[in-house]
Design a protein around this ligand. Sequence first.
Ligand code: GDP
Ligand code: MG
Length: 596
Amino acid sequence: MSSNIRNFCIIAHIDHGKSTLADRLLEKTGTVTVREMKEQLLDDLELERQRGITIKARAVSMQLKRDGQEYELNLIDTPGHVDFHYEVSRSLACCEGVLLLVDAFQGVEAQTVANAYAAMEHDLKIIPVINKIDLTHARPDEVAEEMMNSLGTDPDDCVRVSAKTGVGVDDLIDTIIEQIPAPSGDPKATLQAMVFDSNYDDFRGAITYVRIMNGTVRKGQKIRFLKAGSVHEVVELGRFAPQRLPCDELKAGQVGYLICNIKSLGDVHIGDTISIPGDQPAQALPGYSRPKRMVYCGLFPSDGQDFSELRDALERLAINDPSFEFEPETSDALGFGFRCGFLGLLHMEIIQQRLENEADIDLVQTAPNVTYEIVDKRGNTISIHKPQDVPDPGDIEEFRQPIVRCNIIVPDEYIGSVIKLCQERRGIQRSQEYLGANRAMLVYNIPLAEVVYDLHDKIKSCTRGYGTLDYEMVGYEPADLCRLDILVNGGRVDALSIVCNRADADRRGRAVAKKLKAEIERHMFEVAVQAAVGSRVIARETVPAMRKNVTAKCYGGDITRKRKLLQKQKEGKKRMKAIGNVEISQKAFMAVLSDG
Ligand code: GDP
Ligand code: MG
């Protein structure tokens, strides 16, 4: 009965205890026995465990009895990191309520605010929860006040728990049942289901995660993906218990999965609506949007022989993560490789790490860049995904860059240093307000390029770890930008070009040339490194020629030692690319990010 269903997510800043609370809920509802309980059951990808973050939204269904009634609680897990905002929004669309979880010591953080606003936009019932009350330095009263000031929640409504010890979790389950509205859909209406996630199984094909909004879906039935326009037969359907548990039908209000022999994840779009084939399908649900790639970089095999192996590996990754995209790219300097688009820097790191773990290919990665827009002299607007594609200055009418709105939450003693940092990054302050006695929220508009590389780390280090950042895209704005080129022995190395502010070009050019000099090993000949904007050379550094042969000191005698040396030298060559006859290391490709 749908009146006994509760669909909810837990939203929280990273490390505030979302996974731990999910584990306790599974345990207290008897969904998983204590013996079966591996810690943080929902984070099932190896990498997520390693990094302690939840990357993909997951779902679990819990059955329990309260006052003689059977309830079904569906918990939809959401990723906590800014890179994965669009997945959070999809998950929220499937729920009637959220647990807004805040650490009793850390208090309200940037992602708490961003996620809470998203829940409000979806008109969801918000249950404020203060976690980690077992900590000796917990300050739940102050945190309740911070929540009131920043999010408008009533301190009396806050449920206090310890996800670690389980204290308060039973009360929380009662609160979920009492306060989160039951879903309102009609099981007799035409089928209307929201696709909120999907993953790929080598044997079963695409597994589509759905929330049934209206109607009923049964095994063997034909269904239609409205946006994709494709029709499929439901081969299997079921709930998450938390493993896939097949059943015969899913009704309005329920959350579960569908398997339809779909052979590629590209055919399943998160946010799509499922209905019935024919003339009478239900309306598409609102809110389908393609994930936005914010950051691009080039990936090239160190060894050109590995090109097709790299392509296969990228294809495999894309099958399980449609938010990642790639296309072939040719660079004069690096040869054949791929231009890859990511949701953000963390996403980029994750994909790169997976490639290395799973495919064992040595990669050269070019410096990450954002997408720019250029209006050319003929009035065409072009999207630029790689700096080397920026046309010559004479062809540019307007150069635009993406701007993001940053929410930064800091203890007040660090406000000054954060403001200074944001100003250096060309930020424009939009507001500044106090959340509690000594914590403030600063809102800045900052160019994405200035945020993406290291603003988060910089904020962490200038606030001793207490500052937090979250951002959302605002749009493109004109700026005085230019393409900075790097020349090695007179030849432009396309993969080393960057886009920077014209006012910074001289300083950046000098810094990059210096850094490159340090990263390029000595060769048998002199190597000249230059930085230039258009035809104007800004900086020049010289890597002097090598004097000695490395094997010279072996005197020809000890052959094993000589082999070892050569072997070592060979390993040192890994992640190198020959540009003309100059060997350039992976580190050098990242050196262009250095700003002196
Ligand atoms: P998530 O990033 O929000 O999923 O956070 P996790 O569930 O991974 O928790 C982050 C850290 O906080 C882990 O080391 C947990 O063991 C710890 N933690 C979570 N809940 C509690 C709690 O109630 N009390 C204490 N003392 N630690 C907790
Ligand atoms: Mg987690």
